[in-house]
Write a protein that binds this ligand. Structure first.
Ligand SMILES: [Zn+2]
Length: 286
């Protein structure tokens, strides 16, 4: 089943569910037992309900313990956790910038949890992960998640006429879409930089960045389409955004100062880079 990241239509923040069975009958969180809906390709949703002694809930920020090694009867750890399945998926979601649906259950921190049943509490982003020896003496993987509502404002402007009420939601939807387009381009290139072929390998999988050729925000207002995105390593992303390098009309990557060629812009058949956007970038930087 393909992953569904982001909001599920018909289930706004605050939607409640009587129990795990009713929750699992919706796409909000599909597994009936597991607290993580995910695999090594990414994690779409988690349930925070006090199942792990090392969890910490601060409302807009959650320290979430991964799954595995836990005795469901006592909620204590009885074995080490591994960076596999949904745990690997949360790390993958951090690399890809994909949002995670958070559902809180009545067993969680009383300050932030519903008194009965389960409640959808919105989208969070995974911003950090690590492993440590938990309170019960076994290795646990942990993830820091922060709500998208409290995230830094994105660079792209809110269209005219959009009132303050819809602002946050519209901004979040746009962020999710930006992320989806960038991740599609990264997939097409197997996370290899289109300039230097570098692919950064991490325990959670390969990492690359989606670089918009013509910026999304003011004053450029570039389109959020695959043809306006390059798959780059972090170094070349910074150099490209800063105008230290550009792509010439023959698609040779050049250093802006010396005009020295770095090599051709590598492409793959399924990713059609828009030459008009490359020309726009040149106008601003070359
Ligand atoms: Zn590179």
């Amino acid at each position: 089943m393909p992953r569904t990241y982001g909001e599920i239509p018909g289930f706004p923040i605050g939607s409640t569910f009587e129990n795990r069975t009713t929750l699992a009958s919706t796409p909000v969180h599909r597994p009936r037992m597991d607290g993580i809906c995910g695999g090594k390709d990414g994690t779409e949703s988690i349930v925070v309900s006090g199942g792990y002694v090392d969890d910490e809930d601060y409302g807009q920020e959650i320290i979430y313990t991964g799954h595995g090694g836990n005795d469901p009867a006592t909620k204590r750890q009885i074995a080490d956790q591994q960076l596999v399945k949904g745990n690997a998926g949360l790390a993958r979601s951090q690399l890809d910038g994909n949002p995670v649906r958070v559902i809180r259950g009545a067993g969680g921190d009383p300050t932030f949890s519903p008194t009965t049943g389960f409640r959808y509490d919105g989208l969070f982003r995974v911003v950090d992960h690590w492993h440590k020896i938990g309170k019960d003496g076994y290795r646990v993987w942990q993830f820091r998640l922060v709500t998208l509502e409290s995230a830094d404002p994105p660079p792209d402007p809110v269209p005219e006429g959009e009132g303050p009420v819809g602002r946050t939601e519209a901004t979040i939807q746009r962020q999710i879409r930006n992320t989806a387009v960038a991740n599609h381009v990264k997939d097409l290139h197997s996370y290899k930089c289109q300039i230097c072929e570098t692919c950064l390998v991490t325990p959670a999988g390969p990492y690359a960045e989606g670089a918009h050729i013509r910026g999304l925000g003011r004053p450029h207002n570039g389109p959020d389409i695959a043809g306006n995105v390059l798959c780059l390593c972090p170094n070349h992303h910074v150099l490209f955004d800063a105008g230290a390098i550009f792509v010439d009309a023959m698609r040779i990557v050049r250093s802006t100062g010396t005009q020295d060629p770095l090599g051709p812009l590598r492409t793959v058949p399924k990713h059609v880079v828009d030459d008009g956007q490359l020309a726009y970038h040149r106008d601003y930087h070359a």
